[in-house]
Design a protein around this ligand. Structure first.
Ligand code: 5GP
Ligand code: ZN
Length: 150
């Protein structure tokens, strides 16, 4: 076992070692993200070049209504900084992701859907149906949703 290894008991008396505790490979190997992409639709919304119905913004995040809502409440939360997909996220952006979830909670309360139930979706890549390659969180509510998703 290496210096940073950890024993993970899989059966009594039998142990395996993982190279980095609790971290899948690649977890911390990414370069820092680009701050803005001139051709990215959501970067352009952040810069105010494309109109959107903005419901919240601060120095890190913008939240706006989806142009093609799939539920009575359908809000997108995006970071100012350009991150194409969850695959590109780096550990220094962990707090930012926490901030996105706390904003989703606040928006759900403001929309009156916190108690009835709501859903957060982040599509990552082609099979998940991601169509805009700037990380965004869908906040959906105001109706019942099926499971599993389509
Ligand atoms: P994805 O499919 O990538 O997870 O989600 C992209 C979302 O962005 C879709 O729900 C789509 O309706 C929304 N969208 C695409 N273009 C615009 C736009 O110009 N303005 C707004 N407000 N939403 C957009
Ligand atoms: Zn972008």
């Amino acid at each position: 076992m290496g210096r940073r290894g950890v024993h993970c008991i899989v059966r009594p008396g039998r142990a395996v070692s993982l190279p980095v505790p609790n971290r899948p490979s690649g977890y911390s190997s990414r370069k820092e993200p680009r701050l803005s992409d001139p051709n990215c639709l959501f970067c352009r919304i952040v810069r105010g070049e494309i109109p959107a119905t903005i419901v919240y913004q601060d120095d890190q995040l913008v939240a706006f209504r989806d142009i093609n809502p799939q539920a009575p409440t359908h809000i997108l939360i995006i970071p100012h900084e350009h991150v194409a997909t969850l695959n590109e996220l780096v550990p220094s952006q962990g707090k930012l992701m926490g901030h996105m979830h706390l904003l989703a909670q606040a928006l759900a309360r403001a929309e009156g859907i916190a108690e009835s139930g709501w859903r957060v979706v982040i599509n990552c890549g082609a099979d998940a149906g991601q169509s805009v390659f700037h990380v965004h969180m869908h906040v959906l509510g105001g109706r019942s949703f099926g499971w599993p998703p389509g």
